[in-house]
Design a binder for this molecule. Structure first.
Ligand code: 2F8
Ligand code: CA
Length: 178
């Protein structure tokens, strides 16, 4: 089944680029390719049984994507396509259960950002201030002034904690479904 994805990718690129006129800018095509990449990522997550792979913690269900790295906006899109949203753990207990299933050294997108207002971290799901934030010491630091999306990351033997990172970075991600 996985072999179907490269074929679908070629077809989607062909369809999208067909629609471009000579006046299209390079950034227009880059935007199209970004959308194609996102659509392919959705197909891949669905093929890997994403919607059937949610596991239960309390009253919620979580899915950890470990096969493909995507940017934060694509991760949002994929979680929606799988019937949920990019995760925003709301208690230490929930975070502890999630952490047990993560791979050390990897980074995972969460559904929290300060894209609307620098320093004000909102849950993408509720649109309200994120209720539970557990930052790495010194974070969030908006490093280079372009870090607006929140990830979970562990460094060496340290626990998984939150960091603000550039939204365009490609990472694994965690979806949540009520
Ligand atoms: O030192 C903390 C700093 O480390 C990295 O930047 C050098 C992180 N960037 C990425 O992971 C892309 C920053 O987010 C982090 O604050
Ligand atoms: Ca940071």
């Amino acid at each position: 089944m996985i072999k179907v994805v490269p074929l679908l990718l070629c077809m989607l690129i062909a369809v999208c680029l067909q629609g471009s006129s000579s006046s299209d800018s390079v950034s227009g095509n880059a935007g199209r390719l970004d959308r194609v990449e996102s659509q392919v990522a959705v197909l891949q997550a669905q093929q890997e049984g994403g919607s059937d792979n949610f596991w239960n913690i309390g009253s919620k269900f979580f899915y950890i994507e470990e096969n493909q790295k995507v940017n934060w906006h694509s991760a949002l899109n994929i979680c929606r396509e799988l019937g949920g949203h990019l995760a925003d753990p709301d208690s230490q207990q929930e975070l502890n259960s999630i952490k047990q299933r993560l791979t050390r050294g990897r980074h995972y997108w969460l559904g929290i950002s300060d894209l609307a207002n620098e320093g004000l971290f909102l849950s993408q799901d509720t649109g309200k201030r994120a209720t539970f934030l557990k930052w790495i010491y010194g974070e969030p630091n908006n490093y280079g002034s372009y870090e607006h999306c929140v990830e979970l990351k562990s460094q060496k033997d340290r626990p998984f904690l939150m960091n603000d990172a550039p939204c365009g970075l490609k990472s694994y991600f965690i979806c949540e479904r009520e």
